[in-house]
Design a protein around this ligand. Structure first.
Ligand SMILES: CC(C)(COP(=O)(O)OP(=O)(O)OC[C@H]1O[C@@H](n2cnc3c(N)ncnc32)[C@H](O)[C@@H]1OP(=O)(O)O)[C@@H](O)C(=O)NCCC(=O)NCCS
Length: 113
């Protein structure tokens, strides 16, 4: 697992705005699980989500991965809208027996664009 930062250039300095983690898929080293993505609350709702998403793709490509996969609670509208606006494809969904929440699975092929 690799934890990575998202730095946002403010008008005067570069500030730590969030983080995300990559874990290679066991048995399929060209696929990476993107998880624990987080924007600090003060950076949310400012239209940064798409740029943050693009940063993750650049990093994943830079690491040499070909495909990404992630999960998202279907109640998380900002994240679902961001995934769908940035080329992720809905793959399936399930109800978590742990939380009772519906969880969607999304994938993105990195070398398509
Ligand atoms: C997920 C996260 C990175 C999104 O960043 P954000 O700044 O909150 O997202 P935005 O405000 O830019 O919203 C993204 C899109 O959803 C839309 N949106 C947000 N809330 C909405 C709502 N209630 N109904 C409809 N659309 C909504 C926004 O308008 C935006 O669409 P646009 O780009 O077409 O304008 C951030 O909320 C976060 O870190 N959340 C906590 C951790 C988390 O949930 N991580 C993901 C785990 S899978």
């Amino acid at each position: 697992m690799t934890r990575l930062s998202y730095m946002h250039p403010s008008t005067t300095t570069v500030q730590w705005a969030g983080h995300f983690e990559f874990t290679p898929m066991p048995g399929c080293s060209q696929m990476v699980v993107s998880h624990d993505m987080f924007l600090k609350p003060e950076y949310r709702g400012k239209g940064l989500a798409k740029e943050f998403a693009a940063h993750r793709y650049r990093m994943a490509k830079g690491f040499g991965y070909d495909t990404m996969i992630c999960t998202v609670d279907t109640a998380n509208i900002p994240q679902i809208k961001t995934l769908e606006a940035t080329g992720w494809k809905f793959a399936n969904q399930f109800v978590s027996s742990k939380t009772g929440h519906t969880v969607a699975i999304y994938t993105k092929v990195l070398n398509e664009d």
